[in-house]
Design a protein around this ligand. Structure first.
Ligand SMILES: Nc1ncnc2c1ncn2[C@@H]1O[C@H](COP(=O)(O)OP(=O)(O)OP(=O)(O)O)[C@@H](O)[C@H]1O
Length: 778
């Protein structure tokens, strides 16, 4: 909540305000005494900033001293391990080296942290008063103490910093004034104050128009910023909630769910570093565009040990960015596919022999398909496929013995037969072709064969669905790229098949040069020139590889065991498919969870099954829920437009309140389709004039190619626009934001997306300041 402010001064000492495009809402002007002249205000601001600068200088001086100390410890540690002696190292030397490594590691890490933290290191100040008197606390990205161990800055995550975020005029928590400092390098350039009490002491000057509004009015770049200086009280509660169990954060578009969840990850690492840094924190988002967008937030908070993964990038050696057509994605995402995969995992290798023939101990052995199938089922009842080879050959030997034995045989003859069978060259060759260990990716690709897909799907999927599945895997083979939905299926198969101890030689063993060659061949065959590809796109690429090349590319590397994490944070959780929940559950079996989402932004219709799979992933872990109700992203005018659209179709949508006005309504125009390009150019040029930061054209597949050309020629529209203008497809715009958007063909966006209006709602809530909606008419 914003405090009433008695009077305002310029916001920055150098006269450089935030790059607010237009009528940002300013703080309440409820007066307290006379409004001072501009000159007096400027003087007062300069005085205040000088005081803050003196403190910031002190902190940086202390940091430099601490940095030097850490460097000396590091050097000292390194020299401890040095020895002139050659030959074996004694035990005490080994433990000495170990201690040295630990010391050097910690000292090096500390120094690295210190060196990295200069930009806006000190960003907050609290003036507090209680029965013991007045106290000033500074809050920053890192805790710093002076030589007497007195705190110069408190880490934002420490309990002592909590009033900075929790104090409100209703519950001031002893805070009189909260000040947010803005710095460039080590120089303080501005300050914004919130008063928490109606009758502030006279010596407390109040600056600026409120830190939150100033932050919200700033222009957007290609990367999300941290909000450490302006976290609001309700957000702070979610950030500092205990780690245990499942923390759910819900709320409409732009309510800060993502940014809050990321600050929560940083807080958890701070509050229990041993557990979370040791056990690992996994952050999962919908797309690579999303992970690229948020990747700087945690490092800016001093945390870089978190694993950021897109849903298509959770499984090692199986990375995907391509989206399946909705019908295939629905088949692959549903839990029904598990029975299909279970059958595929037991199925024979394509082209494998269906009879085993050998002369063993002078006896002719011939095991035909039915017998082989029976033995296979018996063994698979007790073993994972990839660890069943020894058991399988023994079971075949026992079966062959029942066929080959003679009435006069004794026990010793059986033993000799079995031993000979197991080591027999023909049997070995048969086993290699019939029952070698298989890679989960290879098994999934078997289902590109429509006959096999139908056979494995009988009674589970309709024939039409089996054909859709086969066709989608054929597309995987044709393009040499996995789809995002494939990844969870590979993970499921991996769990079923068990670990491959050693991959057989013929399953994709590549020399580096061969891989380079494949890459080169692949880029030669790319249908659409790369420069024209949308910047953030999940659209199917038009790649055509020869069958063998593509298979080799797809099977590159090794699908290892899933890594497990101490905390799993899932963003845009409403779009996680049931099979994907199972994939995440394998990584979070012992984890606590933070789960973020908004049902009104769901891209898919059948949400019940996903809900079930999600509940299974969480098990009986305790839950706690936080709801965010303020839209910090969209200007009121932009959000009012989006709200109208979604309310008509999703009456129970969770609608937040937008807090910032621009006074400019979105533009909504119908355009002749044959002059669409020229019209888009005009609108983009207009927006480029009006906002300083990022602009996105969000277009359905139908217009993707022509818009890609337009974006590639952005510099012709306005100088410098090349770095600011991107093309995004509707699904990939999820979680992202821009200063301005051109939303192209909203009806087509609804028609092409399985989530229909919900996806359009996502698209209409990406713009912070300006939005132009263009409707082409044939
Ligand atoms: N306390 C805050 N101070 C400054 N900016 C904030 C604050 N809270 C949220 N924001 C800003 O609001 C914008 C939206 O935040 P975020 O992307 O986390 O919202 P979201 O709820 O995840 O949105 P969506 O569901 O639409 O993806 C971001 O630019 C974020 O930095």
């Amino acid at each position: 909540m914003l405090a009433p402010r008695p009077w305002r001064t310029d916001r920055t000492a150098d006269g450089m305000g935030d790059s607010v495009s237009d009528g940002v809402v300013t703080g309440d002007d409820t007066g307290r005494g006379d409004v001072p002249s501009d000159e007096a205000a400027a003087e007062s601001l300069a005085r205040e900033l000088a005081v803050e600068q003196a403190h910031v200088d002190r902190v940086h001086a202390e940091l430099r001293k601490a940095g030097e100390r850490a460097r000396l410890v590091e050097i000292e540690g390194m020299s401890r391990g040095r020895t002139d002696r050659t030959g074996d190292i004694r035990d005490e030397e080994v433990s000495g080296l170990f201690a040295r490594d630990a010391l050097v590691f910690r000292a090096g890490q500390r120094r690295h942290d210190l060196e990295r933290q200069h930009e806006g290191l000190v960003f907050g100040r609290l003036d507090m008063e209680d029965s013991h008197g007045r106290e000033v606390r500074y809050v920053g990205r890192l805790g710093v103490r002076d030589d007497d161990y007195e705190p110069l800055v408190i880490d934002w995550r420490a309990p002592a910093a909590s009033p900075f975020y929790r104090a409100t005029p209703v519950d001031p928590q002893s805070v009189l004034r909260r000040r947010v400092l803005r710095s460039r390098g080590e120089t303080v350039i501005g300050a914004e104050d919130d008063l928490m009490v109606a009758d502030a002491p006279d010596d407390l000057v109040v600056l600026g128009e409120g830190a939150l509004m100033a932050a919200l009015g700033r222009s957007r770049s290609a990367h999300m910023r941290d909000i450490v200086a302006t976290i609001q009280a309700d957000q702070d509660e979610a950030i500092r909630a205990p780690a245990r169990g499942v923390t759910e954060i819900t709320g409409g578009p732009g309510t800060g769910k993502t940014v809050v969840a990321l600050h929560r990850a940083a807080y958890l690492l701070y509050s229990d570093r041993r557990r979370f840094e040791g056990g690992g924190v996994l952050v999962v988002g919908p797309s690579a565009a999303y992970t690229a967008y948020i990747e700087r937030v945690l490092p800016s908070l001093g945390e870089d040990s978190v694993a950021l993964r897109a849903l298509g990038d959770v499984v090692d050696a199986c990375t995907a960015g391509r989206l399946d057509p909705p019908s295939a994605a629905a088949v692959k995402g549903s839990l029904r596919i598990r029975r299909v995969l279970a059958r595929a995992a037991r199925d024979t290798i394509p082209g494998a022999p269906d009879t085993l023939r050998a002369m063993v101990s002078g006896r002719a052995v011939r095991l035909e398909r039915r017998r082989l199938d029976r033995v296979r089922s018996q063994v698979l009842r007790r073993h994972h496929r990839n660890s069943s080879q020894d058991a399988m050959v023994l079971a075949l030997a026992a079966d062959a013995w029942t066929q080959a034995r003679r009435p006069e045989d004794r026990d010793v003859d059986r033993e000799e037969f079995i031993a000979t069978f197991v080591d027999h060259r023909d049997v070995e060759a048969f086993m290699h072709a019939w029952w070698r260990p298989v890679d989960p990716r290879e098994v999934l690709l078997w289902l590109a064969d429509a006959r096999r897909a139908r056979r494995c799907s009988r009674g589970v999927l309709t024939e039409a669905e089996a054909d859709v599945l086969a066709a989608s895997l054929q597309a995987t083979l044709d393009t040499g790229t996995w789809s995002v939905a494939d990844v969870a299926l590979v993970d499921d198969l991996d769990a079923r098949l068990g670990e491959v101890k050693e991959m057989p030689v013929e399953r994709g063993f590549f020399e580096i040069e061969e891989l380079d060659e494949l890459e080169a061949q692949r880029s030669l065959r790319v249908g659409v020139p790369e420069r024209n590809a949308p910047a953030h796109s999940a659209l199917t690429p038009t790649r055509h590889l020869t069958h063998g090349d593509a298979r080799d590319v797809l099977l590159r590397g090794h699908v290892g065991r899933p890594s497990e994490y101490a905390h799993v944070l899932v963003d845009e959780a409403q779009d996680v498919f049931p099979m994907q929940w199972r994939m995440l559950a394998r990584r979070g079996r012992w984890a606590s969870w933070t789960v973020v989402g908004d049902l009104a932004q769901a891209s898919w219709e059948d949400l019940d099954e996903a809900e079930k799979a999600r509940e299974e992933a969480f098990g009986s872990a305790p839950r706690r829920a936080f709801h965010m109700a303020t839209n910090y992203r969209n200007a009121k005018e932009v959000f009012a437009y989006a709200e109208k659209v979604v309310r008509e179709h999703v009456p129970d949508a969770d609608i937040p309140a937008a807090v910032r006005e621009t006074g400019v309504d979105p533009v909504d125009v119908t355009v002749p389709a044959d002059s669409l390009d020229a019209t888009v150019r005009t609108h983009v040029a207009e927006l480029a004039d009006e906002v300083d930061g990022s602009i996105a054209i969000i277009a359905p597949a139908r217009w993707a190619a022509s818009m890609a050309d337009l974006v590639a020629a952005a510099e012709d529209i306005a100088p410098g626009l090349g770095a600011r203008l991107v093309l995004v497809d509707p699904l990939s715009s999820k979680g992202l934001e821009y200063d301005a958007t051109v939303v192209l063909d909203p009806d087509e966006i609804v028609a092409e997306s399985p989530g229909g209006v919900r996806v359009l709602y996502v698209v209409l809530t990406r713009a912070a300041h300006r939005m132009h909606v263009l409707r082409p008419e044939d």
